[in-house]
Design a protein around this ligand. Structure first.
Ligand code: C2E
Ligand code: MG
Ligand code: MG
Ligand code: MG
Length: 283
């Protein structure tokens, strides 16, 4: 991996590079400032229910509006955040911001709108996570049943006993649990029987190649069939064109998310979308 480094020591980095010590300090300082100065924003990507054509959920995705570098995506700063223990602060910030904003839309009449939030490993493994989350939801008047949390298979397998307890407590409060990037982690399928999982999010890499008859389609078919058998809801990620949408609809996928259905966008833009009639997805 090649980094372009100027004489002044300024160093560009992206998600494909590990953060070395020489630029870590600068970026860490930047990231702390970002937290203190409110440079972190939450964008929301629509999830569309294929039956109704309605935006029934939004996934919260963090962004950093950097004063010099513009809008940064999570891949450009979350690796650094987890290396520097800033992940917990960022996650708290995302959760509060998203619950506050989406909570307003729920209170304004979009009663069933769900908010999906990605959890970091550190959050899930924190012993007081559920207690603090529930307290925060109460404070913000955000109904727990409108919240979905997304975790990856790797996080589940990392500490199965602890995660299992955390998910059980969350489910008891009415929070829904989604497995993110399903099919790409290092895990057995055994946990699906033992954990309170409600939703599988089929990873984008499988959705990319769906067209009847090819390998991509075989894997998506198998995941959807399994989900039906286990009575889990399916959300397909990364839907980018009509062909994929048609295929997913045909095999009984309930929800879709992807650039074809809506990009991640600001709260203001989502708020405006919510007041429009359901989008017509021709399937
Ligand atoms: P994810 O949770 O799997 O989120 C979906 C990612 O796929 C988003 O990237 C989204 O912009 C992108 N995406 C959605 N539809 C399409 C599509 O049709 N085509 C393509 N090519 N991409 C699509 P983003 O926002 O860059 O986020 C990347 C990852 O960063 C997320 O993957 C999630 O794992 C993590 N992340 C984002 N926000 C947070 C956060 O607040 N907390 C934590 N812990 N992780 C986060
Ligand atoms: Mg996600
Ligand atoms: Mg995902
Ligand atoms: Mg993904």
């Amino acid at each position: 991996q090649v980094k372009s480094r100027g004489k002044d020591g300024y160093c560009f980095f992206d998600s494909s590079m590990t953060v070395d010590t020489s630029n870590r300090l600068g970026l860490e300082r930047d990231l702390r400032r970002a937290l203190a100065c409110d440079e972190l924003e939450v964008h929301y990507q629509p999830q569309i229910c294929l039956r109704s054509g309605r935006m029934t959920s939004v996934e919260a995705l963090v962004r950093w509006r950097h004063p010099e570098r513009g809008l940064l995506l999570p891949g450009e700063f979350l690796p650094l955040a987890s290396e520097t223990n800033l992940m917990a602060d960022i996650s708290d910030k995302v959760l509060t911001t998203a619950c506050r904003e989406v909570g307003r839309w729920i209170a304004a009449g979009h009663r069933d709108l769900r908010l999906a939030v990605n959890l970091s490993p550190a959050q899930v493994e924190h012993p007081e996570f559920v207690e603090r989350l529930v307290a925060q939801l109460r404070l913000l008047h955000f109904p727990a049943r409108n919240l979905e949390i997304e975790i990856t298979e790797n996080v589940i397998m990392n500490d199965l006993a602890q995660v299992s307890q955390t998910l059980r407590e969350l489910a008891r409060h009415g929070v829904k649990i989604a497995v993110d990037d399903f099919g790409t982690g290092y895990s057995s399928l055994n946990y699906l029987h033992h954990l309170p999982i409600h939703i599988l999010k089929v990873d984008r890499s499988f959705v990319q190649g769906v067209r009847a008859g090819n390998d991509g389609a075989c894997i998506v078919n198998a995941i959807v069939a399994m989900a039906h058998g286990l009575k889990l809801e399916i959300v397909a990620e990364g839907v980018e064109n009509q062909d994929q949408l048609d295929y997913l609809s045909e095999i009984g996928c309930q929800r879709v998310q992807g650039f074809f259905c809506g990009r991640p966008q600001s709260g203001a833009d989502i708020g405006a979308l919510l007041d429009q009639p359901p989008i017509h997805l021709a399937v």
